[in-house]
Design a protein around this ligand. Structure first.
Ligand code: C5P
Length: 211
């Protein structure tokens, strides 16, 4: 069973994907971590994340142990990730790993949940279930702001909103695998939904029951 969960930054798709994977005992791949790891590698090397050749090299040499660094979750790395993610050679270098994770999930799991921007449209167009999770930019920026503040980050809500809009624009307008709703996706708007309510809706969509 393959479940594709796409949507913009801070829509709640990461938390929901983890809950869905745990509930249905499936392997989970946060595909944003791949692009973030490439972005982080480039920042560390002092490279411009928009440098095609350097980005392709960084993507091709990516190692699974680079996907768990806590620095990956920062806004700066998210912005760098959205720049490398617009480079077709980077996407090509990363798609094989994502497809093989979906086809042959690790740990003997009977299926996988992949979350990202293009899972239902490009990486796994034949997924059994496709979800598009969204929320207003203001709601998403507010959630992200609270998360960052809890971690001691001094960024303002206005700055987070500006970065959210910048990332949305880049993800939606790029030529290669842009962020968009797959035609057959279940649309879940979490603007006014708690995580519990959104998760209950997903369970009904996937298994017909909220238990
Ligand atoms: O989901 P997350 O915020 O971690 O993703 C970071 C960036 O990686 C996104 O802004 C997007 O540009 C890129 N991305 C992508 N395709 C995916 C997952 C993430 O282009 N499947």
């Amino acid at each position: 069973m393959i479940i594709a969960i796409d949507g913009p930054a801070a829509s709640g798709k990461g938390t929901l994907s983890r809950l869905v994977a745990e509930h249905f005992r499936l392997a989970w791949l946060d595909t944003g971590s791949l692009y973030r790891a490439v972005g982080l590698k480039m920042l560390r090397n002092g490279d411009d994340p928009a440098d095609r050749e350097a980005a392709e090299k960084a993507a091709k040499s990516l190692n699974p142990n680079e996907l768990t660094n806590s620095e990956l979750k920062t806004e700066v790395v998210g912005l760098a990730a959205s720049k490398v993610a617009a480079i077709p050679e980077v996407r090509q270098a990363l798609v094989g790993f994502q497809r093989s994770f979906a086809q042959t999930p690790p740990g003997g799991a009977q299926g996988a949940v992949l979350d990202g921007r293009d899972i239902g449209t490009v990486v796994c167009p034949d997924a059994d279930f496709k979800v598009y999770v969204t929320a207003s930019p203001e709601a998403r920026a507010h959630r992200r702001f609270l998360e960052l503040r809890d971690k001691g980050d001094t960024v303002t809500e206005q700055e987070v909103l500006a970065m959210t809009r910048e990332r949305d624009a880049r993800d939606t307008n790029r030529g290669e695998s842009p962020l968009k709703t797959a035609e057959d996706a279940y649309l879940l708007d979490t603007t006014n939904l708690s995580i519990d309510a959104a998760f209950a809706a997903l369970k009904v969509y996937i298994s017909g029951s909220s238990n």
